[in-house]
Structures are given as C-alpha cells and as structure tokens.
Ligand binder design. Structure first.
Ligand SMILES: *[C@@H]1O[C@H](CO)[C@@H](O)[C@H](O)[C@H]1NC(C)=O
Ligand SMILES: *[C@@H]1O[C@H](CO)[C@@H](O)[C@H](O)[C@H]1NC(C)=O
Ligand SMILES: *[C@@H]1O[C@H](CO)[C@@H](O)[C@H](O)[C@H]1NC(C)=O
Length: 307
C-alpha cells in the first residue's frame, strides 16, 4: 500500500528511545514537542543540487502556508523528474493556527538540519507532521514505516483493553467520515477504574474516507492497548489514547464507553499483522533500560510495514 517511504531493510531500521516528560505532552506551550524523524538511509542519498534547491523552496513555502485553515497543505516544487519534490504538513486537528505555524517551522528546521540531502524525510511532533519525498505522495496511503509509543505503565484488565478498542474504533470511524479535516477525538468514562479515556484519530485530509479508515485500521493493532497510553504515527494517519486529556477541547463531560459500531466504509485490506517479535523484543529490552530513568517515560521504536 502506498509508496516505499524509506525503503527500509532490517539493518537500516533505526530504533530509538526517547524519554518524554509528561510535562510536554499536552500543555498549551508554543514550543512544539519533537517525537521522531525518519530520513531515508544514508546509502540511498543521491540528490543533485537542483533537487536540494527545490527541497529548500518547498520547505519554506510549506512553512509560510502553515496558517492553512484545515491545518494541511500540500505542494510540489520542480517541473522535471527526478528533481521534483513533493511535500505536505498536517497539524493536529485541535491546535490553533499559531501553534501549527510554530510546529511546521520547527519541523522544517529539523528536516533541513538532519535530512538535507535525502529523497524522503518525515518529522513527527505532538502538534504536527511534515514530510517530503521525491515520489508522488498526495492522496496516497503511506504506512510502510511508523512509530509506536506507549506509556510503560500497564492496565492489565480485559475490560480496559475492550474499552480502548471500542472507543478508538469509534474515533477512527468519525475521523474517516470527515472531509476538510479527517480528525476526531472521543472520551469515554471508565467507571470500573474511575478514569477517563481520551482518544484521537487523524488522517491527512487528501485521503478518501475509505483510505483513511484503512490506514487507521493499520495503526490500531499496533497500539499497546494494555498500557495506560499509546499512540501510532504513520505518514498518512495517527491514533492515540491516554488516561489524561492531551488535546484541546476535551473539557466536555465524557460519555460512557459506547458499543462498537459498524465501520462507515468497507474495509478492503485484511487486518495487518502486529510488529514482529524482533521489534517487540527490542522494545522490551528498551523498557528495561528506561524504567529506572523515569516512570513517566514513553518508549518508541520504528517498525516496518505490516506484511
Ligand atoms: C540535476 O539533474 C537534472 C536532471 O537529471 C539535470 O538536468 C541537472 O543538470 C542536474 N543539476 C546539477 C546541478 O547537477
Ligand atoms: C503558499 O504556497 C504557495 C504555493 O503553493 C505560494 O505561492 C505562496 O506564496 C505561499 N504562501 C505564502 C503566504 O507564502
Ligand atoms: C495537492 O494534492 C492534490 C491531490 O490530493 C493535487 O491534486 C494537488 O495538485 C496538490 N497541490 C499541489 C499544489 O501540488
């Protein structure tokens, strides 16, 4: 599905741990919270000066268009292959335009600094995502390389996992049905554990509803549903749940955990497999390293496409 974003083979997978203070995840700070970056591996770098100039122009124009009303903008620069560069940004659906602007500017700086001669690059922040590619990326589901993050604290209850699955799927359905913005949040009161579940789903709005739904159905199985919070970020879509409010406008009284609805659109793809045991193993090892550092740490790791 989609183009190969990073052409990853196993040895080129980069595994990262980044400890994130819980302080940065959901405040009104204008400083964007960097999550991760994926650039094409070094050995795939072979762009000429024209391409690099186009990339610089592209990133500048994207940054200057970051007040776009739906928090999304796509653009291509260059007229002749192989020097055409395609790019887009997507801000989280609830952030104000000034936060969106700060985030896209930071993402631009980040990609210019760390991926200046690459054919593809993606920078993920809490508040936005910015990506570019030498291949056409618009209206296309890209789910070949993603990031999973999770809170290491677990909630080992079947009813918790069930509530997460049901609520996240409802949020996904609502996001997929959007038009100008494919974004939804939903809260559910978990009376058994006296907590509120906060969920978010979003796709780039250039996707069709069916593609958005399919993309989210690839994200959801990679969530760590037995943990207190988790998210999955792909270039085309993202899902997240937490036991605290992490988006704006989450002050309304949460509704009770709802029943699982039928999907709004046909699902064409079979459910993807979970990340391989190798990645799970590395995640577990990372967890052992990280736990002594901070209890509020999140873990993340790059994982390859579902096969
Ligand atoms: C870059 O590539 C294009 C097309 O392959 C070529 O026409 C151009 O001369 C190259 N530019 C440089 C600076 O190498
Ligand atoms: C936004 O991007 C367009 C190209 O799509 C460019 O012409 C325009 O100048 C940019 N807007 C701003 C405010 O820079
Ligand atoms: C943005 O993407 C759409 C397809 O979703 C495409 O038709 C359009 O030309 C793109 N805009 C630019 C400025 O490239």
């Amino acid at each position: 599905m989609g183009t190969n974003l990073l052409h990853l083979s196993s040895p080129s997978l980069v595994f990262l741990i980044i400890a994130i203070s819980g302080l940065f995840g959901h405040t009104t700070k204008a400083i964007p919270n960097f999550l991760d970056r994926e650039c094409e591996p070094e050995n795939k770098t072979s762009t000429n000066a024209t391409y690099q100039a186009n990339l610089n122009i592209l990133l500048s124009l994207l940054a200057s268009n970051s007040t776009a009303p739906n928090g999304f903008y796509n653009l291509s620069i260059g007229s002749e292959a192989p020097n055409i560069v395609y790019g887009l940004f997507l801000c989280r659906g609830d952030v104000r335009f000034d936060i969106c602007q700060d985030c896209v500017a930071a993402a631009r700086e980040n990609l210019l600094k760390y991926c200046p001669k690459k054919k593809v690059g993606t920078a993920y922040y809490d508040e936005c995502m910015l990506r570019f590619s030498n291949e056409y990326i618009f209206s296309t589901v890209t789910v070949d390389v993603g990031i999973a993050l999770w809170d290491e604290l677990s909630v080992p209850r079947n009813d918790f996992k069930q509530a997460v699955v049901e609520t996240v799927n409802q949020t996904a359905a609502q996001a997929a049905s959007g038009s100008a913005k494919k974004f939804a949040t939903k809260e559910a009161k978990l009376t058994q554990i006296n907590e509120t579940l906060y969920t978010l789903a979003q796709c780039t709005p250039d996707l069709s509803s069916a593609d958005c739904w399919n993309c989210l159905q690839i994200c959801i199985p990679s969530l760590h549903m037995q943990n207190k919070g988790s998210r999955v970020l792909y270039p085309s879509c993202t899902v997240r749940f937490e036991l605290y409010p992490f988006y704006f406008g989450s002050l309304t009284a949460p509704a009770p955990a709802p029943a699982f609805p039928p999907p709004p659109v046909a699902v064409h793809a079979p459910p993807p497999s979970r990340p391989t045991s190798g990645e799970q193993r590395i995640s577990t090892a990372l967890m052992a390293i990280l736990v002594p550092i901070t209890v509020s740490a999140l873990l993340f790791t790059a994982f390859p496409p579902p096969s």
